[in-house]
Design a binder for this molecule. Structure first.
Ligand code: GLN
Length: 534
């Protein structure tokens, strides 16, 4: 079922196989019928992850990229909706010459085509199937992988099933029944799993493993304990210690060796026993959903580990705290933000919570608190600056106030005639040129970068000069100088707003340079606060 950690389990197995020297790639098949995961609500589904080629995908792709340190593309995420859409369009075009169009073979062949077209250079392809065994939606996917083994041969296909072993507090014991029944369901569809990863909050005893093995027909050494960890990056180590890599390699009859985990162990030790702690305010409207800012949270973890620092996240629900028309006063903000060492405003859509975010930018600026604005966060920084420094009281983004006399954030002129909203979104990787002698340049240590985008509105070029005259530096632009990508305030210890989403490029083994420097600035702020207190 969902939320058990299939994505992290798949990514961890990929991590191990990659460490053994294999070229690994990975994809997610989602049984829901939405054609476009980009339109799904972050409240329900968590973050929308964006790839270099501009695909809006399931957040599990973020785990894959972070663990495996590879860049995926649109072929790495498919929904049932997309599969059905292809088949129905084919049918409309007469491709099937009047034959009956059916789940088997048409839908299943299309799924097979999508699995095999992922990457023909990779040694190993990991295909994660979302959903729950026994659900109607996932049936065509499970049926496809059953056929897959038949088509490509048993030795080319290894089935791993992730199950739950719940701890029943009143009985004081963990139960293997749900695992047994889940495997019964799977075998009904014709799949005998080769390995089980049993998610559990306690230890699996030898007896439990034997019992699971007996009832599920899986060798007991292939019953793996997937116990809860405080750090997700411990999971590859846990799997390694149980020989997951050897079991898979032996099955495929490919070489396996020892892997050194010294670096990863040092990493997770810094996460688990950090030498310092700081607090970052994450100010957004989706903070109630714990996965809505997944990549940002992980980017903060990666950057924190660089400094052996735990990054506490103080979630500030801008929608709830700052309802429409509420006047926000400084004292209230002071109360909310008094113990934070840095302020991050993430991306988002729609007007809710905007006025509060603008006030928060103002507070960060006045009180010299490190500030990092991402996409919508950058746009809020631009609006705040125009209101405070130019006295444009109604300065706004045309997204939030189409009638504003000062649309400092607006659609570009060529976007305004496009009627299909989907067509106006800037998606995926775009190059950006950095100004020398800027904070951005010192962060990236190069003048050409590429970052991923997902937004519709842009900095309005008509106001560029005015902003620069008043002290906001435009430090990153598109190579044709047409689009503003980064703004900063040199007269502040750390104030940066970026039109793109750097969180999509932070990796377990390489934190993102902006996050790295943001945490560094927050540590400096924290140290300064402590000295002034004592
Ligand atoms: N809503 C804003 C836009 O469309 C920002 C989007 C975002 O933060 N990803 O431009």
């Amino acid at each position: 079922m969902s939320s058990l950690g299939k994505g992290i389990a798949s990514a961890s197995i990929g991590f191990l196989l990659k460490k053994l020297g294999y070229e690994v790639t990975i994809q997610k098949l989602d049984p829901y019928l939405n054609v476009d995961p980009g339109t799904m609500s972050p409240f329900q589904h968590g973050e929308v992850f964006v790839t270099d080629d501009g695909a809006e995908t399931d957040l599990d792709l973020g785990h894959y990229e972070r663990f495996l340190d590879i860049s995926l593309n649109k072929r790495s995420n498919h929904t049932a909706g997309q599969v059905y859409d292809t088949i129905i369009q084919n049918e409309r075009r007469g491709v099937y010459l009047g034959k009956t169009v059916q789940v088997i073979p048409h839908i299943t062949n299309e799924i097979k085509r999508r699995i095999t077209s992922l990457d023909n250079k990779a040694d190993i392809v990991i295909t994660e199937i979302g959903g729950t065994i026994g659900d109607i939606e996932s049936l065509p996917f499970i049926e496809t992988i059953r056929q897959f083994r038949l088509t490509y041969g048993a030795k080319h296909c290894f089935f791993i099933h992730l199950t739950l072993v719940p701890y029943i507090a009143v009985a004081g014991e963990s139960k293997t029944k749900p695992t047994q029944h889940s495997v019964i369901k799977l075998r009904e569809i014709g799949i005998q799993p080769d390995m089980l990863i049993c998610r559990t909050s306690t230890r699996l005893t030898k007896e439990m493993i034997k019992k699971i093995s007996l009832f599920t027909n899986v060798f007991d050494e292939n019953v793996i304990e997937g116990r809860d960890t405080s750090c997700i990056y411990d999971i590859p180590i846990l799997y390694y210690e149980q020989g997951v890599h050897n079991i898979i390699c032996d099955y495929f009859d490919i070489p396996t060796t020892d892997i050194s985990f010294d670096k990863l162990k040092e990493y997770t030790a810094k996460f688990t026993n950090p030498s310092r702690t700081i607090t970052i305010a994450l100010c957004g409207k989706y903070v109630r959903h714990q996965d809505a800012y997944k990549s940002i949270v992980e980017s903060l973890v990666h950057a924190g580990v660089d400094f052996s620092t735990r990054v506490n996240i103080k979630s500030i629900d801008t929608d709830k705290l700052f309802p429409k028309d509420k006047v926000v006063d400084d004292e209230e903000l002071q109360n909310i933000l008094k113990d934070v060492d840095g302020i991050l405003i993430p991306g988002g859509f729609g007007v809710r919570g905007i006025e509060g975010k603008i006030e928060i930018v103002n507070y960060a600026r006045k009180h010299n608190i490190p500030f990092f604005g991402i996409c919508l966060g950058m746009q809020c920084a631009v609006i705040e600056f125009a209101r405070t420094e130019f006295g444009y009281k109604d300065a706004n983004s045309a997204e939030f106030d189409p009638e504003t006399t000062h649309p400092v954030i607006d659609l570009m002129p060529d976007q305004k005639d496009i009627e299909d909203m989907g067509g106006t979104m800037r998606l995926g990787a775009y190059p950006c040129v950095l100004k020398k002698d800027s904070l951005a340049y010192s962060i990236y240590d190069t003048d050409k970068i590429s970052e991923r985008h997902r937004h519709r509105y842009e900095f309005n070029n008509e106001y560029r000069k005015k902003f620069e005259e008043k002290g906001m530096m435009i430090s990153g632009v598109s190579p044709d100088n047409h689009l503003v990508e980064i703004v900063e305030i040199p007269d502040h210890p750390f104030f940066i707003g970026v039109q793109f989403h750097p969180e999509f490029k932070s990796r377990l083994e390489h934190s993102h340079p902006i996050f790295h420097n943001f945490i560094k600035a927050a540590l400096a702020y924290n140290a300064k606060q402590k000295t002034s207190e004592s």
